[in-house]
Design a binder for this molecule. Structure first.
Ligand code: PLP
Length: 388
């Protein structure tokens, strides 16, 4: 059997190795010439906003995700905002989502003066618990936003079942899940709209901000396309309020190049996750850490490799000392944020999200990571629990 520890000749871990949490430089170095010529082509064209480069990316990603249309926008947050605007979320409306996610999943709801209504997550997958959905829907519920956190699809079939019965649109926060599938269907192809982010650290990251909305509904596509350019007729006649949220040609050109590598990068992340799982098991650490649980039928793109760890905060200090990058996504659930105090939730409102916030730890998983680095991470965690 292949033994990554063999590289060091013995089972003792090496003294020190630098393992960054994420290294975008390595990826850039591998595709530098392709990226630079795409950027140069845009500079020659001098057409910087929307245009043929953006259309090319929209078509490429719509067909990759399995949707009829895709609309490029300025960020993942804007993708969520425009999707909510497109399904006509109004002040006072309710939008159901989870508190264990990145801030903008909920802040876009508030930006429209609508009310975020939270439901808790599943303890095993960290994803929206569909069992809690039905009881939280009211006559004012205007949309549901499940989040495909860490690269795994939420229980879309169950969520859509409830939503369809009530006639409520589902908008997917697929910002961490480009390429992820559930029963063979990709994230972003389930709901009325799928929202993606090209923030540089995402699995498909640009050289700046960017985002995308997917849909099969031609009317929704038209509405969103118009919202992203201030809803103007003929340029200067405005029938309602939109925003400035366009994707740049430079970003689109970079992303089109990178999209060709996405499947390989995602598969490499999955291979890294398998190696982590194998090494954690061999190190007998499964009573100290719990590994990411991928639901049968789901294929994760491992945007994050997120474990739960005993004595997490002490472990983090030890990892820092040993040169290993790590992060906590997310340390404070949204219902406990100061800006959401007015919603009236408190500690104990969403115990699963709160316990996740206290125990989760994301380890390095970017594709260019070496097996030796992964072995060093697991070996260091083993040392920590042995010493502790
Ligand atoms: C990154 C992210 C967003 C926001 O995307 P930006 O492009 O940074 O605006 C929204 N939701 C989730 C779950 C994300 O990970």
């Amino acid at each position: 059997m292949h033994d990554p520890f063999q590289a060091f000749g013995h089972k003792e871990n090496v003294e020190f190795m630098n393992v960054p949490f994420l290294d975008l430089q390595m990826q850039f170095n591998q595709i530098r010439s392709e990226i630079m010529s795409a950027i140069e082509a845009v500079c020659e064209e001098q057409h910087f906003i929307l245009g043929s480069r953006v259309i090319e990316l929209e078509q490429t990603l719509a067909s990759y995700i399995g949707c009829d249309y895709a609309v490029g926008v300025a960020s993942g947050s804007d993708a969520l905002l425009l999707a909510l605007m497109a399904v006509d979320v109004q002040p006072g409306d309710e939008v159901v989502t989870v508190p264990f996610t990145f801030f903008s999943t909920a802040s876009v709801i508030s930006r429209l003066q609508a009310i975020p209504v939270f439901i808790d997550i599943r303890p095993d997958t960290f994803l929206m618990d569909p069992a809690q959905l039905e009881t939280r829907l009211t006559s004012r519920t205007k949309a549901i936003i499940p989040v495909h956190l860490f690269g795994q699809c939420a229980d879309m079939d169950v969520i859509l079942d409830v939503a369809h019965r009530k006639g409520i649109p589902v908008i997917e926060d697929a910002c961490q899940a480009i390429g992820a599938t559930r029963r063979g269907v990709r994230a972003g192809a389930w709901g009325v709209a799928g929202c993606f982010s090209f923030f540089p650290s995402k699995n498909l990251g640009g050289f700046g901000d960017g985002g995308l909305i997917t849909t099969n509904d031609p009317d929704l596509r038209d509405t969103i396309s118009s919202l992203r350019v201030h809803v103007s007729r003929s340029g200067y006649e405005h029938v309602c309020m939109g925003v400035n949220s366009r994707l740049d040609a430079l970003q689109a050109a970079v992303l089109t190049v990178k999209s060709r590598y996405l499947d390989v990068w995602n598969a490499t992340r999955r291979a890294h996750a398998s190696l982590y799982a194998q090494l954690f098991a061999e190190a007998n650490l499964l009573d100290r850490v719990s590994l990411p649980w991928i639901e049968p039928g789901n294929e994760s793109i491992f945007h994050q490799y997120t474990i739960r760890a005993k004595h997490r905060d002490q472990l983090m200090a030890y990892l820092t000392q040993k040169g290993i990058g790590h992060r906590v996504y997310y340390p404070t659930p949204l219902h406990l944020q100061d800006c959401y105090r007015h919603l009236g939730y408190g500690p104990g409102s969403f115990p699963v999200s709160e316990s996740a916030a206290d125990t989760v730890l994301s380890l390095p998983i970017f594709p260019e990571l070496s097996k030796e680095q992964i072995a060093y991470v697991v070996g260091t965690i083993q040392d920590f629990y042995r010493l502790g």
